[in-house]
Each structure stands twice: as C-alpha cells, then as structure tokens.
Design a protein. Structure first.
Length: 83
C-alpha cells in the first residue's frame, strides 16, 4: 500500500458517525490538498467496512460516488443522520 493511500484511509477512518468530509478536505489532511481525485480513486477501490468511505462527499454539496452504489451511500448517511 502506498503511503498516501495509508494516510487517506487513516483520515477517513477517523470521520465520526453523522459527520462528513469532502474529498478535498481528506486530501488536505492526508498531505496533498490537490489530490482530491486521487482520494476518490483510492476510496473507490476500498471494500474494508472499517473505513467509512460513505462519509466523504463532494465540495459542491453533491453526494459523489460510492463503490456499493449511490443509493446505499445515501441510505447509510441518512441512517447516521449526517447532513
């Protein structure tokens, strides 16, 4: 696993239930604020349930993608009462 990938997973795994971060915020906290597309690609390949990828959203307020389907992402965020 590449160091940036480890950092991204570390940041995302600390997002509390009911909260979200944007791809840009994750990239910045992982050490490269210009790598928001890379964050999306990294999270798209993650199937570890301990890393809550569904809590990462787009900066423009849209939900963004999810490797298990956007509908499931929305359901999970609603269940957690995330904004």
């Amino acid at each position: 696993m590449k160091p940036f990938t480890k950092k991204v997973f570390g940041v995302v795994s600390k997002i509390p239930k009911g909260k979200t971060l944007t791809y840009k915020e994750v990239a910045k906290r992982a050490g490269n604020e210009k790598a928001c597309r890379a964050v999306g690609n990294i999270l798209n390949k993650n199937y570890n349930p301990k890393i809550p990828c569904h809590r990462v959203v787009r900066s423009d307020g849209k939900i963004g993608g999810y490797n298990r389907g956007v509908k499931i992402k929305l359901e999970m965020l609603k269940k957690e009462k995330a904004r």
